[in-house]
Design a protein around this ligand. Structure first.
Ligand code: NAP
Length: 271
């Protein structure tokens, strides 16, 4: 019987996940299909019930359900509990088990480049859902200090408190007060760049010692990335995180290595 997988969210029509996973199924000749399923925020409970009814094999969770979904899980991984959000669910004998592959998916391109995190200082722009998984990743890898800069200062303060709770020194600042010279890692987790807007921070002092990682994957290169590249910083693109989390979700569901190159090719062709 064909096994069905999905991504749930709202909006969902532009999600690249169906293309990535369906290409992987085809490459490995798996009898599986992956669909995009729009569930409005107010209908999450009913939507999840319908997924149980059709015996869905697994699904990804995206905006706006990553936090709310936690209450509909039968069990959750330690990462899910630490971050307080879920992006991957596996149906294991009728039980919905939650995982969070955003954190390790984010870290994967850093590790692949053999860039050390332990003892380094990190600047995170933004305080939304994605930022939570990212600070948890830096905490796990023993960063020395994480500074949160956000438009809404109260949210920066809250995320900084959450970060301190993970055992890492943390503070917060306004976007206009950011001094990039204090950090090795500069991470954009805001949605600024999606519409080709200018970078939220001045890039004049970004140099070869910096690692600049923008998690926006469409467009592939934001103004922050373009300017930082000109200044010879190490660049990490948002599509690499998207690919990393998809590969890990695939491996949770299928318990075999994911066809990385196939999935990457689809993603690069689609962005
Ligand atoms: P979110 O929870 O809605 O958070 C959005 C963040 O962007 C908030 O910190 C918000 O600041 C900030 N922001 C929005 N507009 C701004 C503006 N005009 N000026 C300054 N700050 C602004 O979203 P999210 O889930 O964290 O996702 C954020 C981005 O990451 C999205 O573009 C998403 O596509 C991308 N993403 C990529 C991946 C990947 O795999 N590469 C994974 C997840 C998310 P306020 O608090 O002040 O509103």
């Amino acid at each position: 019987m064909t096994r069905t997988f999905a991504v749930i969210g709202d909006p969902i029509e532009h999600s690249l996940s169906p293309s990535i996973h369906n290409a992987a199924f085809k490459a490995l000749n798996l009898d599986c299909t992956y669909i995009a399923y729009r569930i409005p925020r107010s209908e999450l409970k009913e939507g999840i019930e319908s997924l149980r009814q059709i015996k869905i094999s697994g699904f990804n969770v995206t905006i706006p359900h990553k936090i709310e979904m936690m209450q509909y899980l039968d069990e959750s991984s330690p990462e899910c509990k630490m971050i307080g959000a879920v992006n991957t669910v596996s149906n294991e004998n009728g039980k919905f088990i939650g995982y969070n592959t955003d954190m390790d998916g984010f870290l994967e391109p850093i590790k692949k480049r053999s860039i050390g995190i332990s003892g380094e200082s990190v600047l995170v722009l933004g305080s939304g859902g994605a930022a939570r998984a990212i600070v948890a990743g830096f905490a796990k890898e023993r960063a020395k200090k994480i500074t949160i800069a956000n438009r809404t200062i109260q949210k920066a303060q809250e995320l900084s408190k959450f970060t301190s709770g993970l055992g890492v020194e943390s503070d917060h600042t306004t976007l206009s007060d950011v001094d990039v010279s204090k950090y090795k890692f500069i991470i954009n987790t805001t949605s600024v760049g999606l519409k080709n807007e200018s970078s939220l921070i001045s890039t004049n002092k970004i140099n070869t010692n910096h690692v600049v990682y923008d998690i926006i994957y469409m467009p592939m290169s934001t103004d922050l990335i373009t300017q930082s590249k000109k200044n010879s910083a190490t660049i990490i693109y948002g599509y690499e995180m998207l690919l990393g989390q998809a590969v890990l979700a695939f491996q949770i569901w299928h318990k075999i290595p994911a066809p990385y190159d196939t999935m990457k090719k689809v993603l690069l062709g689609g962005v």
